[in-house]
Design a binder for this molecule. Structure first.
Ligand SMILES: Cc1cc2nc3c(=O)[nH]c(=O)nc-3n(C[C@H](O)[C@H](O)[C@H](O)COP(=O)(O)OP(=O)(O)OC[C@H]3O[C@@H](n4cnc5c(N)ncnc54)[C@H](O)[C@@H]3O)c2cc1C
Length: 193
């Protein structure tokens, strides 16, 4: 049955978990917790070429130039650490950077990207921890939070979900979680792609 949520007061919960991407920062501030997380806009391009995509390829990153690619449908998706734009107000992909991205792709994979055509793209915000670009899993006074995934959160999500549930239930964590505390020493991430 339809319930008019707005007419009922919101009951405070005993346990609060904040996992709102880079906006975890502003939600946590409501509880007096400061998280030095920033939204870093990254663009991804969809690329087609004349050859069928090599669908068996894993994600490949060229850490010297900062480009990465993986097969997607009949083409590839491609990203580039060099075209991140910080906390931009819009999520329009960084189209002008395509020329540089294409040159870097061609330099490393000339046969794959000789006749590459960019056919689309999108952008989103990485949730980046100012300290070291690594994940935070921690809590303060019954408020739990996890963020700072910097472009890797989908891959980490099963482990992070498990770790967070064990933290909330007071169970012994399967993973060592000290490295993910908010007040840890930095573990500087050399490559952010
Ligand atoms: C361009 C790009 C490429 C990426 N590529 C990869 C990749 O290849 N592999 C990988 O593992 N990861 C990748 N990532 C990272 C991955 O998308 C994130 O790490 C992951 O989505 C983080 O999950 P999350 O649930 O913590 O946050 P999000 O997915 O950001 O979800 C947060 C949710 O909170 C909601 N929210 C925000 N503010 C509030 C509020 N005030 N109140 C209520 N709800 C709110 C949002 O609407 C959103 O639904 C990429 C990210 C980007 C931007």
């Amino acid at each position: 049955m339809y319930r008019d949520c707005l007419s009922e007061p919101i009951k405070p919960s005993d346990i609060i978990i904040i996992c709102a991407g880079y906006r975890t920062r502003e939600v946590a501030l409501h509880f007096g917790i400061y998280l030095p997380i920033f939204g870093d806009k990254h663009s991804v391009f969809h690329v087609q070429n004349r050859r069928p995509a090599m669908s068996h390829l894993p994600l490949i990153a060229d850490l010297a130039s900062g480009i990465y690619l993986r097969p997607e449908g009949t083409g590839y998706i491609v990203g580039f650490s060099g075209n991140s734009e910080g906390e931009a107000n819009d999520l329009e992909p960084n189209w002008p950077s395509w020329d540089v991205v294409w040159q870097l792709l061609y330099h490393r994979f000339p046969t794959l990207f000789y006749e590459a055509k960019m056919v689309g793209g999108w952008a989103g915000y990485y949730d980046s921890y100012e300290l070291d670009h690594n994940t935070i899993i921690d809590h303060r006074d019954g408020i739990y939070f996890t963020t700072g995934f910097t472009g890797r959160g989908l891959m980490h999500s099963p482990a992070v979900g498990l770790a967070m549930s064990q933290l909330v239930l007071g169970e012994k964590p399967l993973f060592e979680l000290d490295s993910y505390r908010l007040d840890r020493l930095p573990r500087l991430e050399k490559y952010v792609i």
